[in-house]
Ligand binder design. Sequence first.
Ligand code: G
Ligand code: MN
Length: 258
Amino acid sequence: IYGLRRDVRHDELKLHVQPKIDLAVHRVCGAEALVRWDHPVLGWLPPNEFIPFAEQSGNITLITTWALSTAVRECRLWLEEGLRIPVSVNLSSRDLQDERLPVFVTELLRDHDLSPDFLTLEITEQALVRDFARATSVLQCLRNLGVRISIDDFGTGYSSLAQLRNLPVDELKIDRSFVLQLPESRPDAAIVRASVDLAHDLGLEVVAEGVENLACMRWLMELGCERAQGFLFSRPMATENFVAWVRQFSSAQFELST
Ligand code: G
Ligand code: MN
């Protein structure tokens, strides 16, 4: 991770976005921001190849604040284009230890004149393991701002279901490892069905990650899963292509329904 500070300065980080689709109306209902690092020697690095190192070396705050600022600015640009699409940003466990984060988010939204419900923060169950009390207090502050909170990679962490009951969250994202083999895999089907029911009983919305084919999408729709994200709709794309992609997705749907 050596060189990240210099690299942020040199614009080597790039934001990609992947659409989330509302399965009931087949519209784009959100976009997850994913950071890519264009390393001068190693080439494009996806988040899972450098975020862990950034966390260890204490550089994660730099990346998170960069991702938040860039994502909020994009979301404002989409609005200017007439597209009301909330943006989701991933937080790491260190971010949830940072009591300055809610202040940063407040000022960022104010600077871009963006309502807080246009921002969703995705946290993993893992992010709460370290200093649970402080993490939940930061999380509560963020939620009090009106920002939406989403539990990412649900089902892969160590957190107990009892813990979920007390968390200030709005949305649950089912990890793609349980979704990729649907609808064939019986154990995965059982896990996803139980997770969707649990989420609904707790008043949470559900996003299925890793939706790669139509059969999987239809199975999820029948289950009452509200939202889906995955290669079936689109891979993560450069932000400059997003508005055009949304427009063609909407018009493709329009042609289907007429
Ligand atoms: O849960 P997390 O925030 O890590 O998910 C984002 C990652 O998932 C991205 O790296 C993205 O490329 C990947 N991803 C998104 N959709 C799909 C999919 O449909 N299939 C697979 N295999 N990976 C996906
Ligand atoms: Mn995520």
